[in-house]
Design a protein around this ligand. Structure first.
Ligand code: NAG
Ligand code: NAG
Ligand code: NAG
Ligand code: NAG
Ligand code: NAG
Ligand code: NAG
Ligand code: NAG
Ligand code: NAG
Ligand code: NAG
Ligand code: NAG
Ligand code: NAG
Ligand code: NAG
Length: 657
């Protein structure tokens, strides 16, 4: 199959399985804390927690969830890398099986407490390709602080600041949000551009580190997680958008307030402010606890996988997009439009969906802001890139800047497409050598797919999805690439994986120029390191194969930062791996996980990409530092255009005069 993908929004869609038994259970209790906040867009965090914590811990659900999670972890390519800490990335060791055993024997006060513990353990892997997303609790109430922060260089010194565009940004949330603060008499607007001295009693950068280690997740490298703590610009929903960042916009309503010591924009003396959070509701509508559970928490008809052989390839396609993809960065941590003064005022060559392109005032530099590799139109993206580059060339553009800030990834083959378009068709295979984990069940799946003639219209494991490593030709449908397997030793443990294979991305839908359209030494990448999945693969490929200059903005002074945020190769959502198992007819195998009883996704990194520099090391674990690092300034932190003009001058030495 060219692919199955799971749309989180779709999965979160409500089912209406209101259970009478559930209803009566909650009616028996005096007050219903969910009914109290029903229908409200914004609620105090304590009220949100009261609703989330209302559902009692349930042993049946714990056993079901742990059964699914532990059996899916059997497919996880990176499990053994967590047996030892990786100092270079600031990643502590996590013994996944010990943690699951601990969760299995811990007493919990509520179903929320159990789920949050499991979330935190998986989040602590700092791999956005792997996550426990329970739609009952995850991103239902996002805590929002009217004081997003950013690290800025001002007069030669870097410090943490409340975003200078605070008033314009927070005003975009509307009065439903701001009236709460008005009712408290809390003047958040005066914090705009304030320098933050300390947070919760810690020096500001130390508190940022703490959030990077306990909240951010997603990115293996601590330096990259630091940028995720801060507010930043991105393309989201087809438009420029400002992220709150993980300090000001965490996706659980854990905190009531944050104490900051600040020096106001016009002041000299520090003062202490206690800033209240307010949680925005992002889940499905509900009226009380029973309907909250039914609409957000109970498994629905799209939670678990299906047997595509009985449902037909059309069912696979209706769920699916067309190609394997890595994940979008898991947390959508809400943002809103960026204040209008920051939207580029240059005429866009192309500006829609995920691709925004401009020619800078020097008339030599073309900019492509690639917001993700998951466009609305998989084929359309290819012709847009071709058309933008042809417009650049006609206009005499000789150098190209690609902005990958907050690029959440997407289709593997669109990353390979962009690389191939820039490198020219003569360059050859544009991707990575990759492999999947050869656990016993995975081997049974491939054997069953081959025996039953199940092909790539139905699933990912069938051999004809992949190309032989080395000659880039599609595998024969009966070629068993996983048995015999290959054994490597990781942290002293034997790890079994398939033979290496390549992606099949060609033919692309547009003609690829034989030679590079721009001198490859005149192609550079800018970003903030929050570059997920296909974005990480694309930038690493450009760097490893072409020595492309990469300039990373932000981060913390004095700390290194990888340029690739999250570099697996391909994820399978819970629905996807379950469908692989069911389509192969193996749902009754003792190694197969049961259906989930709750509305959740357990995503895992299913396929690994190996570095060209060292073919024994997955690119996720191969250290690649950007050649250039720049702090953000008040001019560049939220203005993409100002950042591009600055970057073009620094990288290409061009002048805008
Ligand atoms: C626990 O969850 C199971 C599965 O949803 C349900 O059948 C059972 O009634 C629940 N137990 C309690 C005590 O609510
Ligand atoms: C959790 O522990 C129980 C024994 O207390 C065991 O039967 C069960 O298999 C364990 N669950 C998992 C997922 O390991
Ligand atoms: C400092 O600026 C804030 C708004 O930015 C304003 O509310 C306050 O009155 C000013 N203080 C002084 C002393 O000017
Ligand atoms: C801040 O939150 C803490 C912890 O929830 C609470 O104890 C404290 O009263 C809050 N402070 C203010 C000023 O609201
Ligand atoms: C699941 O149920 C919903 C609501 O009844 C429906 O809209 C949706 O199409 C169903 N999805 C599938 C895959 O059957
Ligand atoms: C995109 O942002 C601009 C400027 O903020 C706004 O005018 C426009 O309506 C937005 N478009 C969409 C589709 O949200
Ligand atoms: C860029 O092109 C425009 C339009 O042709 C022209 O007005 C401008 O002077 C040029 N700028 C430079 C730096 O050459
Ligand atoms: C895949 O299998 C289906 C059903 O057997 C068949 O109709 C289809 O032609 C096959 N596709 C390929 C590319 O072999
Ligand atoms: C590609 O390599 C595989 C494995 O080495 C081999 O079986 C196949 O015949 C080769 N195909 C071509 C076209 O060279
Ligand atoms: C894109 O290419 C594929 C494979 O060559 C083809 O099936 C499809 O029709 C093309 N789509 C468009 C929109 O050109
Ligand atoms: C890669 O580019 C850097 C400049 O960014 C240069 O110093 C270095 O020599 C280049 N390396 C290779 C192998 O071309
Ligand atoms: C366009 O935006 C830049 C900042 O990026 C600003 O310096 C310039 O004045 C703006 N030009 C116009 C005509 O608004």
């Amino acid at each position: 199959m060219r692919s199955i993908t799971t749309d989180l929004a779709l999965l979160a869609a409500a089912s209406a399985l209101l259970k009478d038994a559930t209803a009566s259970l909650y009616e028996a209790r005096a007050e219903d804390p969910c009914a109290k906040i029903a229908g409200q867009s914004y609620v105090a965090p304590a009220d949100a927690r009261a609703c989330l914590s209302y559902f009692p811990f349930n042993e049946t659900l714990r056993q079901n969830v742990l059964d699914v999670v532990s059996k899916v972890f059997d497919f996880y390519t990176f499990e053994d890398y967590y047996l030892a800490p990786i100092a270079e990335f600031g990643q502590p060791a996590v013994n996944i099986r010990d943690e699951l055993a601990r969760i299995n024997s811990t007493g919990y006060a509520s179903d929320y407490a159990f789920n949050k513990d499991l979330f935190d353990v998986v989040n602590g892997l700092n791999d956005g390709h792997t996550g426990w997303y329970t739609y009952c609790y995850w991103e239902t109430f996002q805590n929002l602080l009217p004081a997003p922060v950013i690290s800025l260089e001002v007069d030669g010194a870097q410090d943490v600041y409340v975003v200078p565009d605070l008033v314009e940004f927070i005003s975009l949330l509307g009065t439903e949000y701001t009236s709460y603060y008005a009712s408290l008499g809390f003047d958040w607007a005066r914090l705009a551009g304030a320098r933050v001295v300390s947070i919760e009693g810690l020096p500001a950068y130390s508190y940022v580190d703490y959030i990077a280690d306990t909240v951010s997740g997603n990115y293996l490298d601590h330096g990259v997680r630091v940028n995720s703590v801060f507010s930043s610009y991105r393309i989201s929903g087809g438009n420029y958008s400002q992220r709150f960042g993980d300090l000001a916009g965490p996706v659980f309503p854990d905190l009531d307030n944050l104490t900051m010591e600040v020096i106001l924009g016009n002041g000299t003396e520090p003062e202490t402010v206690v800033i209240p959070y307010l949680a925005g509701y992002l889940g499905e509508p509900f009226t009380d606890a029973a309907s909250y559970w039914a609409n957000n928490c109970a498994a629905n008809n799209e939670t678990n996988g299906v047997d595509y052989l009985t449902q037909g390839a059309a069912a696979a396609r209706s769920r699916a997009t067309l190609q394997p993809r890595g994940a979008l960065a898991a947390s959508n941590s809400q943002g809103f439009g960026i204040p209008s003064q920051f939207v580029p005022n240059l005429t866009a060559i192309y500006g829609e969906d995920i691709l925004w392109s401009y020619i800078l005032p020097d008339n030599k530099t073309g900019v492509m802001f690639v917001g993700s590799f998951e466009p609305e139109d998989y084929y359309g993206f290819q012709s847009q890139v071709a058309s933008v580059i042809s417009t650049f060339l006609e206009a005499g553009v000789t150098q190209l800047l690609i902005d990958l800030s907050n690029n959440g990834g997407g289709y593997v083959c669109l990353g390979e497409f962009l690389h191939t378009y820039l490198a020219g068709a003569d360059f050859g295979f544009p991707g990575y050598s990759s492999a999947v984990r050869a656990n016993t069940l995975a081997q049974k799946i491939v054997a069953a797919d081959i025996a039953q003639g199940i092909n790539d219209s139905y699933a990912f494991y069938p051999p004809d999805n992949w190309a032989y490593e080395g000659n880039d030709t599609a595998m024969d449908q009966s070629y068993n690439y996983i048995t015999p397997y290959v054994t490597r030793t990781i942290n002293g443990v034997a790890y079994n994986e398939s033979q290496r294979f390549y992606d099949v991305c060609t033919p692309f839908n547009v003609t690829i120029p034989a030679a590079p359209p721009f001198d490859l030494s005149k192609v550079a990448i800018v970003g903030n390191g929050d570059c997920a999945s296909t974005c990480a693969q694309f930038s690493t490929l450009m760097y490893e194969r072409h020595n492309t200059t990469i300039a990373i903005f932000g981060g913390k002074p004095g700390e290194t930062m990888q340029f690739k945020g999250m570099a697996g190769e391909q994820v399978l959502e819970w629905y996807d791996i379950d469908s692989e198992i069911k389509t192969a007819g193996l749902q009754d195998d003792p190694l197969a996980p049961p259906d989930l009883l709750v509305n959740a996704d357990f995503r895992h990194n299913w396929r690994t990409a190996y570095s060209w520099e060292d073919e024994e090391i997955p690119i996720a674990y191969y250290s690649d530092l950007p050649q250039l690092r720049f702090p953000y300034t008040p001019d560049t932190y939220m203005s993409p255009q100002a950042l591009w003009i600055f970057a073009a001058e620094q990288i290409f030495g061009s002048s805008t005069q």
